[in-house]
Design a protein. Structure first.
Length: 454
């Protein structure tokens, strides 16, 4: 069977990780901008002030995307670039950047896929409590109106939030990402409810303000457990764990974020786990939160596995000597079989893989090329598993590799290279890696290329 005819082969990025142009043309301060300026948060004290300078080089970058043959490009809008204070006055120059980028993509025959929120909350809103403030859904609604008003009609595919698990879980509960807070359980439940409301309001705006047909989803991640074998019992055990809710792990799972939006209620077990702390949402709010979406976006890097581990040395997802990427993440291609399968069977929406890729030790070789054969093998293995899901009847509408180019990897700074395009941060020279040429052939053959060596 293989990938559908109009499959959205693409690559992804996020505003803060690639744009640079710090406070340029009226951009406001975001929480990442701020925390990068404080010592101790980012490896080597780095920041995203210049990053890939994509803000100035977007034409060159779109030309490279065209050369690779991308059918789609997933990027995010920087809220503080568009609304420097988070609400109120619109920064027309900032908004124009996205308008120009969309025009450039469309002229190159590349479908733009827009993410509204990829983590860089305006500092002015953070100072008012950020997602803890009950006004936050309204702020997000206002921001969405501005973006939809400008890009609506030209952008068909929209995602509200990228990885709740990370910006809420790691950012506001574990304290490992901006704004580096460790809030208590009650607060995190209220934060979640505000984010659900914000999602619902944004969907209403996109549906009501844009006349043309829109395709709306979100781009969560979440632990997907891999079964130890293909036996029904093992698969069901993995599925149950992938949607489980516990006090320690709920923010990192799939059901906590997926069930309210796609099923219109808190996940099974939430009432028992959280009791009276579970925020009450009115019928009207539930209706807005769970209005029908068009796809389920999913960012997949590694499956969660339970193998013998040495707790003093390996993380929970790795076993002794297991293949891992530079991030330490397990090479577990089966996640691109089980995640689409589990998510489709639970939510009954077409799947869009919104991120998948790896960080590797890439450099420009003596011949001037970047020989990232590890990335080719990684993508090949993962795509074979994705195709297996398709062949088993899971509707998958697209695949976005992370990332189009090396970029600012949050607390890791520039240490981690995820791109198809190598960035020399000293000169801003772009070099297509071997994986970009390989991916180009994958796209041109609508996936046939992944079978070449089999
Ligand atoms: O770089 C990030 C991205 O911003 C969100 N998903 C995971 C990527 C790799 O860590």
């Amino acid at each position: 069977m293989g990938f559908q005819k109009d499959f959205l082969w693409g690559a992804a990025s996020a505003a803060h990780q690639v744009e640079g142009a710090y406070l340029e043309d009226g951009k406001g301060l975001g929480i990442w901008d701020y925390f990068e300026s404080q010592p101790g948060h980012i490896a080597c004290g780095e920041n995203a002030n210049t990053a890939c300078d994509h803000y100035h080089r977007y034409k060159e970058d779109v030309a490279l995307m065209k050369k690779i043959g991308l059918k789609s490009y997933r990027f995010s809008i920087s809220w503080p670039r568009v609304l420097p204070e988070g609400t109120g006055t619109v920064n027309e120059k900032g908004l124009k950047f996205y308008s120009d980028l969309v025009d450039e993509l469309l002229a190159a025959g590349i479908e733009p896929l827009v993410t509204l929120y990829h983590w860089n909350l305006p500092m002015a809103l953070y100072e008012k409590g950020g997602w803890k403030n009950p006004e936050s859904p309204k702020w997000f609604e206002e921001y969405t109106k501005v973006v939809a008003g400008c890009l609506g009609g030209r952008v068909k595919y929209w995602m509200t939030f990228n990885e709740y698990q990370m910006f809420a879980g790691l950012g506001l509960s574990v304290g490992a990402m901006a704004p580096f807070e460790t809030n208590d359980l009650k607060t995190m439940l209220e934060v979640s409810a505000n984010i659900f409301r914000a999602h619902g309001k944004a969907v209403s705006v996109l549906r009501n303000c844009i006349e043309q047909q829109v395709m709306i989803g979100m781009a969560p991640t979440g632990n997907v457990w891999l079964p130890e074998s293909g036996d029904i019992e093992a698969v069901e055990k993995a599925r149950a764990k992938s949607f489980a809710v516990s006090e320690e792990m709920f923010l990192f799972g799939n059901a906590w974020w997926g069930d309210p939006v796609y099923l219109g209620h808190y996940p099974e077990g939430a009432a028992e786990v959280f009791g009276d702390l579970l925020p009450e949402l009115s019928d009207e709010e539930w209706k807005e939160i769970s209005q029908p979406l068009d796809f389920y976006g999913f960012n997949a890097y590694e499956g969660t596995i339970e193998y013998p581990i040495r707790e003093d040395r390996y993380n929970t997802y790795a076993y002794q000597g297991s293949p891992r990427t530079s991030m330490g993440w397990s090479v577990t291609p089966e996640v691109l079989y089980y995640a689409p399968k589990f998510l489709y069977e639970r939510y009954h929406k077409p799947i869009l893989v919104t991120e998948n890729g790896m960080a590797g030790m890439d450099w420009v070789a003596l011949d001037g090329k970047v020989h990232d054969s590890h990335r080719i093998d990684f993508l090949n293995r993962y795509l074979l598993e994705l195709e297996r899901a398709v062949d088993d009847g899971v509707p998958v509408i697209g695949y976005q590799t992370w990332s189009i180019m090396d970029n600012f990897e949050w607390c890791h700074g520039y240490n981690m290279r995820f791109g198809l395009i190598y960035i020399d941060y000293q000169t801003q020279k772009r070099t297509l890696k071997d994986s970009a040429y390989w991916y180009s052939e994958v796209i041109a053959t609508n996936g046939e290329k992944i079978h070449e060596n089999y």
